[in-house]
Ligand binder design. Sequence first.
Ligand code: G3I
Length: 397
Amino acid sequence: MKLRRWVSIATVSLATMAALNTVPATAGKPYDPTKQTLGALGLRHGLQIGTAVDIAALNDGSNPQYLRITAAEFTSVTAENAMKWESLEPTRGKYNWGPADQLVDFAKRNKQSVRGHVLVWHNQLPAWLTTGVADGSISKQELRELLRKHITTVVSRYKGKVWQWDVVNEAVSDPWDNPPTLHYKGFWAQHLGPGYLADAFRWARAADPKALLFYNDYNIEAFGSGNPADDKTQFVYDMVRGLRAQGVPIDGVGSQGHLGTQYGNYNTFQVIEALKKFTALGVATAFTEVDVRSQLTDGVQAGDSEEINPRLQASAANFSVLMKACLAVRSCLSYTVWGFSDRHSWVPGWFDDPPEGLATIYDENYQAKLAYHEIKSDLMLAGPPYVLPRITPKPRR
Ligand code: G3I
């Protein structure tokens, strides 16, 4: 009887603490949130803080900082390239699982969850596949079957080990594409028609009943005109609503969050509104590839602090807008940065005219930048009533 009473008192106090989102001081050691990692602070809200991982950097013994920070600071990891089709099956029928397996094992050892990236995308496809389709040796029917097999093989291998899968990535055009009216773009729409989206989610679900299945895209952080002909967020919203209405097992929308300080960008409330609208469709949300790049003017490259500082400040502000919006919306399950150090960012290799960079939360020497401190303070200062624990949807059958 006594035991039962103690158990119920303990349960009530734990529930109250959880509801108030408080963290108890451990005996003799006052709790100092500034000493916590981003990951630990995220967990107070049930929010996973993740990073994309470059496996080559992880294996580079001359660079132990990379591994140390990946393991210590984050509660979720995404393979930056290792789970893409060209990496997994460079030669038809011959799989190269090594790097992807390594990441999944690394995550397990470090108690991290895995965002699987990416099952269906028009980029980084193996050459044997694209050339086979181009020269007619792979028919449309065979292509569809190859896609089914790819999804089934990959999802089955990591069944129970991947928390969220980016099932389809970047299926929608941008207003600067030709034609400018938004449409389904790229290899898969061109060869299979837009029906491939529903197929892909169904095949992924058949292979893993428990993983959360995401659609992932960029430039969907906020709504624009509301016209799906030129507002990509609206187009994606209509698409997800349509897929849900057809009973397609889509559980989430990933907003990549590749921003640049040269653009106007958004305020926190615009981003909250977008996350809430997607949530109302019954799906989870996440920021999946956050970075905020800047143009590297001659002054920046020469080390002129008057040119560098405003960029670092603007970058930090944008990282923070996405973090605050994510915290404010309970369906936002994870906040993943697309690489954490300027030493390993995709940005300088991609944008060279004019050159861009400074996109991540640590500099090239693994020193935390203003952006790191700002998102950390967002995580630290958040709590009820505006920030409540996450709500995870049940994977849709
Ligand atoms: O693996 C080859 C290597 O063998 C070769 O020596 C080297 C020479 O250039 O290239 C290596 O491949 C590069 C690959 O990354 C792996 O490092 C490719 O050139 C390079 O284009 C590729 O870039 C990746 C890019 O996707 C390709 O589309 C970036 O690392 C990766 O960060 C980026 O990630 C995407 C997300 O998947 C989807 N959303 C946008 C995001 C940024 O573009």
